[in-house]
Write a protein that binds this ligand. Structure first.
Ligand SMILES: Cc1cc2nc3c(=O)[nH]c(=O)nc-3n(C[C@H](O)[C@H](O)[C@H](O)COP(=O)(O)OP(=O)(O)OC[C@H]3O[C@@H](n4cnc5c(N)ncnc54)[C@H](O)[C@@H]3O)c2cc1C
Length: 415
């Protein structure tokens, strides 16, 4: 079988790794990435336990490298105009996007994948016209949120696009956050806030967000990017301890975006299949885009290479199975992401009536998945000694999980 992945992001690269592993090195696998190697947008992405479990289950060798490069944040706080509230029992991992892509690319190469960086495949989304994709048995369109393949085959994929109301921009900052921090600051035009977390191999990520009327009220829609950053640095002087914001690499124009929610009614058309952001996007407040891209790759590989075989005899059935399985799995994720996005669109109204503790509870419960007991626990977590106990319990849980997935170095979990 010949598989060509259009796009060398997490979805395309991880599918290529698994295809070589599961075919026992038999199948030809090519990844075409239009960017040169080593160029990646953005700063760090967050990873949770579930995706680490999946990495270890599907490729323990590569997983150990990703885990060793990932930085663990072991607490989460909400700061409302400088008043700090602790969210107990929360932790996660972050890794620079560039580092993650390089680790996946190295692993793919080591397994015999042909990597073609600097190669824009299937111009205009036409896979039949490009010799690279024309003779492939499977073309994986892992070409990201603006997927040309999805656009070219819009009727087959049934794409729907919706926009979030808020404006946001991805920045980096030199401030080394220890906890994952949500900071909310008042301005004369309304509240502005950021979601920030540390990484080991790049500046901390700092995503700034606000309501559209605050964005225009502050003049951020009209300012040049440098002026806009300086204004935000003044607004967040307390939360950033005077550190500067860093523009996303390669973005000279306005960094401001509105979240674009992509949903597709089908993920396959003939031998062309969508994966990752090309198939779906979820709001960044649930920090799942990379995780979902990797999950797509895993499920696609499991359908193309059923257990006990080195490849399917029936590509069409395999793609149909992947499509049905992943679309069903995405439905609840879409709901959670939508609830999370809508919560952030109501921040100004909530801050007008709630104190910092109440507000932080509603942030924690924004997907309506916390019970009454957790609400009482949230209050108790503001007491230092209770926080210490919770942290101890969380560490024990974390170590148990690391041991269960057979991390070679579970000491990483204690740092
Ligand atoms: C700044 C930033 C921060 C993020 N933070 C998080 C986070 O904390 N946690 C999280 O889980 N997710 C996060 N995400 C989302 C996450 O990065 C994406 O969901 C994830 O990268 C999707 O992976 P993908 O492989 O589907 O697409 P992408 O990573 O977008 O990769 C698609 C690739 O296809 C290439 N391409 C496009 N067209 C062609 C073509 N014609 N030929 C060849 N190559 C092509 C592009 O150059 C790109 O490299 C973040 C995204 C950004 C931008």
């Amino acid at each position: 079988m010949k598989i060509v992945c259009i796009g060398g992001g997490p979805a395309g690269l991880y599918l290529s790794v698994l295809a070589r592993l599961r075919s026992g090195g038999r199948d030809e696998v090519v990844v075409a990435e239009r960017n040169e190697r080593g160029t990646a947008s953005g700063f760090a992405v967050t990873l949770g336990e579930d995706v680490l479990d999946e990495f270890f289950r599907t490729d323990p060798v590569g997983a150990e490298r990703v885990r060793a490069a990932a930085h663990m944040w072991d607490s989460q706080v909400v700061e409302v105009a400088g008043e700090r509230v602790h969210l107990g029992g929360r932790y996660g991992y972050a890794i620079g996007r560039a580092r993650l892509l390089e680790l996946l690319a190295e692993r793919a190469e080591e397994l015999g994948v042909t990597l073609r960086h600097g190669t824009a495949a299937a111009a205009g989304g036409d896979v039949a016209a490009d010799p690279l994709t024309a003779d492939a048995d499977v073309v994986v369109a892992a070409d990201g949120v603006n997927s040309a393949v999805r656009t070219a085959r819009a009727p087959a994929f049934g794409t729907r696009v919706a926009h979030g109301a808020n404006r946001y921009a991805w920045f980096g900052t030199g401030k080394r956050f220890r906890p994952f921090t949500f900071a909310f600051e008042p301005t004369e035009a309304g509240w502005v806030w950021f979601h920030a977390y540390p990484a080991a191999d790049c500046p901390s990520t700092c995503i700034v967000e606000c309501a559209p009327e605050t964005w225009t009220g502050l003049g951020l829609d009209r300012m040049d990017p440098g002026e806009g950053r300086r204004l935000l640095e003044r607004i967040f002087a307390r939360a950033l301890d005077g550190h500067q914001l860093i523009a996303p690499p390669g973005v000279d124009a306005s960094p401001w975006l509105r979240f674009r929610e992509i949903r597709t009614m089908s993920w396959r058309d003939g031998n062309v299949v969508l994966a990752g952001d090309a198939a779906h996007t979820t709001h960044f407040a649930i920090g799942s885009g990379t995780v979902l891209a990797v999950s797509d790759a895993i499920v696609l590989a499991e359908h193309l290479y059923p257990r006990g075989s080195t490849g399917t005899d029936d590509v069409e059935a395999a793609l149909a199975g992947y499509d049905a399985c992943r679309r069903a799995a995405m439905a609840p994720v879409h709901q959670l992401a939508r609830a999370s996005m809508e919560w952030f669109e109501t921040v100004p109204a909530r801050l007008a009536t709630a104190d910092a503790l109440e507000f932080s509870w509603s942030l924690l419960d924004r997907r309506h998945d916390q019970g009454r007991l957790n609400q009482r626990l949230h209050r108790a977590t503001q007491v230092e000694s209770i926080r210490r106990v919770r942290r101890g319990l969380t560490t024990a849980r974390r170590v148990r999980r690391a041991l269960r997935r057979k991390e070679i170095n579970p000491r990483l979990t204690l740092r």
